[in-house]
Ligand binder design. Structure first.
Ligand code: NI
Length: 258
């Protein structure tokens, strides 16, 4: 009964330091058939690569997160590393990449845009999908996706249902995670309502965004069952239909066989 495909996880996070490999090794028994561990820096991407080499059901994405933009003199070295890792046979996407305008002390917007664009171009050059992070930056994200037309997913989707329709028109997928289960989740619920089942990806973003009743605690990939249950309730479907769609969509987008 391995049917959960977690399209977005961070098992390199220090929250897993005490029991990382024990936990990863328990996932298959909890129904998890595949995990994509996303990179945020050259170091975390390299760690994600090591997980993918160690475990047959782990894959990874290579990328620089908008919160980890290097200083300009490091640009070339960092980009070279991301590019090299992206060519690994178990690298299935460029990510996570995008824009994050939430923090006032974050990298300047021009620098975030510069890095997002060059990683979009890298993904297109390598024929890889992208895993996009969008926090408080909806308009710029949409404009750049329209410009570069990558394959991929907008993960932990936080935009409006109208923006979701724009993303779908570009042929991309929408990633939904624990946020749909939160009590105050109005937008994600409306997005889930209008989302065709063949464009849904399921994800955790663990250790973050654990679904209710684990909100605020450390998440792991098995908790996708709870997220799928909520999406099923919203859409009037069975949980196993939602899990199956999430799995099949991820396999098709990332070129993975489970
Ligand atoms: Ni993430």
């Amino acid at each position: 009964m391995e049917y959960i495909f977690d399209s977005h996880a961070h098992y390199d996070d220090e929250a897993f330091d005490s029991d990382r490999f024990e936990l990863i090794e328990s996932l298959k028994d909890k129904g998890v058939c595949a995990v994509i561990n996303c990179g945020c820096t050259p170091e975390s991407t390299d760690t994600a690569r090591s997980f993918a080499e160690k475990y047959d059901f782990f894959y990874f994405a290579s990328g620089i997160h908008p919160e980890n933009i290097p200083s300009p003199e490091e640009d070339e070295k960092v980009f070279g590393k991301i590019k090299e890792l992206a060519k690994h046979k178990k690298c299935v996407a460029v990510g996570e990449i995008g824009l994050d305008y939430h923090y006032e002390d974050g990298a300047p917007r021009e620098r975030q845009i510069e890095w997002f664009e060059k990683q979009l171009i890298l993904a297109n050059d390598l024929s890889l999908p992208v895993i996009v992070h969008d926090r408080d930056s909806h308009a710029d994200i949409l404009e750049l996706l329209k410009k570069h037309r990558p394959k991929g997913v907008v993960h932990c989707f936080s935009g409006s249902p109208e923006m979701a329709q724009e993303v779908l028109k570009l042929g991309m997928y929408i990633g939904l995670g624990g946020a749909v289960t939160f009590k105050n989740a109005k937008k994600p619920v409306r997005v889930a309502q209008g989302l065709p089942l063949d464009r849904l990806l399921l994800e955790t973003d663990c250790p973050y965004m654990a679904p209710v009743p684990f909100r605020g605690k450390r998440g792991d990939s098995s908790m996708i069952a709870l997220t799928a249950e909520k999406i099923a309730e919203i859409k009037g479907l069975r949980t196993d239909e939602v899990l199956k769609a999430g799995r099949e969509n991820a396999c098709s987008l990332f070129g993975v066989k489970v």
